[in-house]
Design a protein around this ligand. Structure first.
Ligand SMILES: CC(C)(COP(=O)(O)OP(=O)(O)OC[C@H]1O[C@@H](n2cnc3c(N)ncnc32)[C@H](O)[C@@H]1OP(=O)(O)O)[C@@H](O)C(=O)NCCC(=O)NCCS
Length: 171
């Protein structure tokens, strides 16, 4: 399989992860988003077939967006030294595996690859966290991949903000 940046709309025909929004984004919005410098999309291909995709954009975890108690708990990651009101992050804007390929470890392998590529890319600006707005159904998948809920008690949304600490890869 090959991981490449999405540059050609013909690359993605036939992709179906079972979610209309995620399918639609890949087919209709991924390239325009890249052209507008809003999100870059990458596809995992098996020959002509798109097996999975994800997109990346910059983000930050910010005090003003989070309940006080949750912010205090999150800030516990930084017990010493200066505290900031936001921390630089990279967002996994979309992440999906074609339904014919799920439950065989591809999502987990791809997530591991994303972490490794970002960790090794010394020309990127600094960022401490990966973030994702996780579908409720996908929370166990992200938890198994080291992500934590930023606001554990907030269960009134269709998605939940989760984060992965990149420093955990360095120790
Ligand atoms: C969520 C999603 C990305 C997971 O991708 P995946 O390739 O199935 O991920 P994995 O195979 O690594 O792990 C999925 C599950 O399969 C299980 N699994 C992994 N390898 C397996 C194997 N060889 N045999 C059986 N089960 C296996 C894992 O235990 C895991 O269980 P969990 O869901 O409770 O964590 C995929 O299901 C998907 O694209 N869903 C639709 C879109 C979506 O929800 N995207 C997330 C948006 S936030």
């Amino acid at each position: 399989m090959e991981l490449k940046r999405l540059t050609d709309p013909g690359q993605v025909s036939g992709f179906d992860c079972g979610d209309g929004d995620l399918n639609g984004f890949l087919i209709d919005d991924a390239l325009p988003s890249a052209q507008k410098h809003l999100a870059n999309t990458f596809v995992l291909c098996d020959g002509e077939k798109t097996v999975a995709y994800f997109c990346l954009l910059t983000d930050k975890i910010t005090k003003v967006d989070i309940r006080k108690a949750d912010w205090r708990r999150f800030r516990g990651i930084f017990p010493h030294g200066k505290h900031y009101s936001s921390y630089p992050s990279i967002k996994i804007g979309r992440f999906a595996v074609d339904s014919n390929y799920t439950k065989s470890g591809i999502g987990t392998s791809l997530m591991g690859l994303i972490k490794l590529i970002l960790l090794q890319n010394v020309t990127l600006p600094a960022f401490r966290f990966l973030t994702v707005d996780a579908y409720l159904s996908a929370i166990p998948f992200y938890e198994r991949n080291g992500f934590k809920l930023l606001e554990p008690l907030d269960d009134n949304r269709e998605t939940r903000l989760m984060y992965f600490d990149m420093l955990s890869l360095s120790v």
